[in-house]
Design a protein around this ligand. Sequence first.
Ligand SMILES: [Zn+2]
Length: 429
Amino acid sequence: MKRAVIVVCDGLRADLLTPALTPNLARLAGGGRVFAAHTGVFPSTTRVTSASIATGCLPGRHGLEGNAVALDEGNGLFPISAGRPDFRNRMLKARGATLLVPTLAERLAGHGGSVVFSNVSAGAAHFQDPDGHGFVYHRQGSYGPGRIAVADGDRLDVTHDGDGDAAMTERFCDGVLGRRRPALAVLWLCEPDHTQHGHPLGSTEHRLAVAGADACAARVARTVTALERDGDDIITVYCSDHGHETVDAVIPLDDLLIEAGLKEGAGSSDVVVASNGLSAGIYVSDAARGRVPAIVAFLRAQDWAGEVFSGPGLAAAGLRADTALAVSVTTAKSAAANAHGIPGLSPAIADSLPGESRVGCGQHGGLGPFEQSPFLFVVGGGFAAGTRSAVPTAPMDIAPTILRHFGLPADGMDGRPLPRHPEQERGAP
Ligand SMILES: [Zn+2]
């Protein structure tokens, strides 16, 4: 039986996947095909990437453009976290749709189905399958087809930490991989991202969280090996969604825009900042659209700012250009190391919502070299063991790769199937 497994170690930087820090992942990567030039999407956030992995599309096409977005629910634009358990329903009501393109769950619904176990935010879990074609299990709600809640005894009741990841992995291996046997099984760990947001990269706490995720990946690999001995043909994708940089300052962008006369006041809905950590989306009401050139000029003059995208630049950056999102700004990076020797420093943009930007700790969301360095390797499914590819790859390439394994079409995607052998490299003669 052909099957697919995706294991996501949230936030694990590719340069921190080493024999010393992640002995199991390093060993597993050595038995698979490593994609060494893998990058993230923009914004490099969990919820946006979850939708890109599920759909094979860039944010501009799948329709979720931020970890937080501004929605007009009838009273003007206000920022809202896409991680909230109620976000999916509020997005559907305000915009008339959740994701704009089909997910792997939808494409596999008649071909063996899908089960997602996720220990990150509810929103990131939902965007694997927002319209209920398969099963999504999350500590704040577990749903089956039709988005009908699963029976009480079947809910995923785990803690939002490494212990919860370990408990979830046990149940995933025995219950999902071993007994339920869906075509696609997704395991999305909250670590090391969860710890990286609260502790310095390279700290003891961080190293322990990385080791925990590494052990969970090994547990899955042992289960897959046993299933393959029993005759299953399994492709296993091991990856992260984004990396992290170390926050060296927090920029109060709302306040700066108010001081510059570009936003009416705190909480106003004319110009709304939705922080993605190391980038932000700036949403502008129809009445305030004339201020966009001044906002862009203001941002370009800030020494903390990196890239500024607006107008056609939004679509070129892979973002939606058909909503109130008018400008996207990233923060400037430094290659300097933190106190633990981990390179990559960056200012973060303050969040009017409960945020996760703490000076000295990890964050992501922008275009810095380390936040844009998730890892990716594939084991089984005909991928050449012990090989490395330097072909540029992205999270959108995972869905078409899974569909190719099942012999199903991957129409309408931005991603392309990953090359299984060195001679399959794109552009190779
Ligand atoms: Zn993440």
